[in-house]
Design a protein around this ligand. Structure first.
Ligand code: ADP
Ligand code: NI
Length: 211
């Protein structure tokens, strides 16, 4: 039963995100799913809920291009049609609506939610994180870097979404903070090497910039 749900959801998400070009493509989802299971195995939690939420964590997000996004109501009926029980549906919805940066709510996350959020954050740092940052910046028409655009260490949500930024600023505005924001010790450890690598990249970038 759980396997059937997972394979149906996987197929659905793959098709949905096929056209996504802002860094939330299927392979982001596949990496987050794998990382979430890896972290989840070390924590006491429901791995079915972790895998399901990881697969679905980006399809309702407002950052996703409109043509690849779905409404919450659509998602609920899709899961309902797969005979997922109401409680699990509620838990998945609660996890995916609260983990994204934009819709971050003040409600405490369940352990499963913390695990998926950590996996999503791990995929935003390190070499993969660097690649995704420039893809995202390109998709929004942002510059690689502009020393005249100030780094905003503390930002409101609207500033974060709409203010002028550059790909390099994004590292200081968000990515270098993610290691300390990890919920689980497992993810914190996994973040270390990725964080170091980003710092080395930034150092090299500024050395080469030389203007
Ligand atoms: P997530 O999949 O974690 O919800 P986001 O939607 O916040 O990620 O971002 C998708 C990718 O784009 C991430 O790698 C993130 O670091 C990057 N990104 C988000 N906002 C910006 C920005 N303003 N400039 C550059 N990269 C960004
Ligand atoms: Ni994501």
């Amino acid at each position: 039963m759980e396997n059937k749900v997972i394979s149906n959801v996987e197929k659905f998400v793959k098709e949905k995100l096929e056209q996504e070009r802002s860094g939330h493509d299927w392979w982001h989802i596949a990496r987050v799913r794998k990382l979430a299971i890896e972290i989840g195995e070390k924590e006491q939690c429901n791995l079915f809920l972790v895998e399901l939420s990881a697969l679905l964590h980006d399809v309702i997000d407002e950052k996703i291009e409109e043509k690849t996004r779905i409404e919450l109501s659509q998602l609920k009926s899709f899961l309902n049609n797969l005979d997922v029980d109401v409680r699990t549906i509620q838990e998945v919805v609660s996890i995916i609506t609260s983990i994204s940066f934009s819709t971050r709510s003040s409600l405490p996350l369940s352990t499963e939610g913390q695990v998926v959020q950590d996996a999503d954050r791990l995929d935003a740092i390190g070499a993969i994180g660097i690649a995704r940052t420039f893809t995202y910046a390109g998709s929004r028409g942002h510059l690689i870097y502009d020393p005249n655009i100030k780094i905003r260490e503390e930002m409101t949500y609207n500033e974060y979404r709409n203010g002028p930024s550059t790909a390099i600023n994004h590292f200081y505005e968000k990515l270098l903070k993610l290691k300390k924001w990890m919920n689980t010790e497992t993810a914190k450890k996994m973040a270390e090497q990725r964080d170091e690598y980003m710092k080395r990249f930034l150092q090299q970038f500024h050395n080469e910039w030389n203007i």
